[in-house]
Design a protein around this ligand. Sequence first.
Ligand SMILES: Nc1ncnc2c1ncn2[C@@H]1O[C@H](COP(=O)(O)OP(=O)(O)O)[C@@H](O)[C@H]1O
Ligand SMILES: [Mg+2]
Length: 243
Amino acid sequence: MLLKVDNVTKTFGGVHAVRNVSFSINKGETVGLIGPNGAGKTTLLNVIVGTYKADSGKIELDGNDITTKPPYKICHLGISRTYQLPQAFWDLTAIANVAVAGLCGKHRPDMSYGDAMLEASHCLELVGLFGKRNILARDLTLYELRTLGLARALATTPRLVLIDEAMAGLNPGEALRAVKLIRRLKEEYHLTIFWIEHIMKIIMEAADRVVVLNYGEKIAEGPPKEVINNPTVVEAYLGKKHA
Ligand SMILES: Nc1ncnc2c1ncn2[C@@H]1O[C@H](COP(=O)(O)OP(=O)(O)O)[C@@H](O)[C@H]1O
Ligand SMILES: [Mg+2]
């Protein structure tokens, strides 16, 4: 077992964004996290990477307690993530954005700027963005920013990558390209993927197993085909009438 989330709760004021959620992820798996808007998916991701502290519960990576570790340490331990709304250093070039991720995202005090740039160009090649390496992040398209996010995640040499809605805002052709890209990266780098997706159809095809959140609570977990036919899940997405 690579990641274990045990009874995790996170509230904002009175809102239970995540409530008593438990699940685990095995090495090499692609686990999907689905649920309606506001279900707590992004919050759960932010708790795993240490951006938010859990109110209660425990998170383990490879059997080590990471619940209270700061984000940079969790990244050094092998968890990287992408953002639902792409984040970048907007006034830096694509390659510099990835180099920063390489320099800060792994515990390699000896790493030079030159090494980081070399690795960054390799990461950009992997996601098909090498031709745009000298373009400022602010001038990239949404699809390019999403692949830049993947390149930055790769630059930290992760074992587990948490993807927050890789497809949001992409047209169907771009979404398909992005799915193929993520699958290829997973195979080539033996990654484990925790993949948040609002669009059920995508995760049904991409995930080995799916966890479903609704109002902060886990309402189902299992193989995609089983989960999609679960009346509680159908109700959460479409309302009681359709269930
Ligand atoms: N930083 C925050 N401060 C206050 N409330 C938040 C914050 N982040 C998320 N929430 C609330 O927590 C709930 C879950 O949000 P979120 O995790 O973004 O859901 P999802 O990613 O599934 O759409 C929502 O009710 C949202 O308004
Ligand atoms: Mg979200």
